[in-house]
Design a protein around this ligand. Sequence first.
Ligand SMILES: Cc1ncc(COP(=O)(O)O)c(C=O)c1O
Length: 391
Amino acid sequence: MEQINFDERIEKRFTGSVKWDGLQSLYGSDELIPMWVADMDVRPPHHLTERLTRRAATGHFGYALFTDEAQQAIQQWFHKRYHVEVDQTTILYSSGVVPGLAHTVLALTEPGDSIIIQTPVYPPFHQIIQSNQRQLVENPLLLDGEVYRTDFTLLEEQMKSARMMILCSPHNPSGKVFGKDELFRIVELAKQYGVYVVSDEIHADLVYTGATHTPILAFDYEKVVLISAPSKTFNIPGLYASYLIVPDPSIRKRIERVQQRHFVHPNALASTAIAAAYGEVASEQWLAQLLLYLESNRDHAIQRIRQEMPALQVVVPESTFLLWIDFKALELDGKSRADWLVKEAGLALTHGQPFGSGGETFERLNIGCPRAQLDQAIDRLSSAYTRLLEK
Ligand SMILES: Cc1ncc(COP(=O)(O)O)c(C=O)c1O
């Protein structure tokens, strides 16, 4: 099997990359190491790039179908990886996971309806609910030492009057992988109160040793929608090749109608990307190596932070390439911390405040990059930390 060199540093500047070329406009300096948006600094699997290149070389960029090959690759992926059988007719294309969430909210809820999310959580969850005049109900995850847990007592109260719950499973920013029992309890409550469960599973494939992801489709409940993509797994988020799986035909019809009203169509590379990502054995081999690399980045970063910056509290992620770090002990307010990170540490991190309750004192650090880049970022953070404490 080919050994992948994830240590390779790839030049992304001047490619129109949001992560690298957006630094000046978003953080006010292009001298920073970008450790923010959930976009890795590793090359996608070689066979994937090759298939996309071959597809591009045909010169056919006409309107595209969501092909059988792509849909069957999704089926296969769920069968092999999660032992879940997906009926091909239940799969819908989506031009992104976030648009898929927004369309599902529009299809299944009305203005004023309550939608539960587990904060701190990925900011677009908040935006979708609020910008569509739905009522945002925060069910804050309880931080128990280093582990986040669902507050079931509060959740049951909230379910009584909610229309929908949007799960982030696995959870961004904490990397929490919901256990099967925890999901079962959530689904049972949703059943009892007739609440839709919409599960964003974009991080599902990036789960580390000791944890197991359970798709929402594994439970016996018709009011569920799963939304996902190979985008985080294979580092192709800019291709907007995503999908929804909607087992219930009437729910599916409602979502399809909203998609039609919003003119959702696959771009010309989407089906090829999904088919190559999910349909080839080489992808699984690549992913197995990526997970080892990321897990060792995770362990290394946590060890360094604990040793060199003991006042920072790191949540140990069970999945994905994001480290959620509490800076509370530094006693900087959000604005001062943001300035300090840019001016003193030379880093672009994702600030915790937009993730909602419980996120205010946190920063999110993306560890999906070559080890040398990660070390350089931690070196900068560590020396800024030391200078700050010496003051
Ligand atoms: C939980 C979650 N959902 C959705 C997305 C983005 O999905 P898309 O770019 O396909 O809309 C991200 C990206 O970070 C994410 O973390």
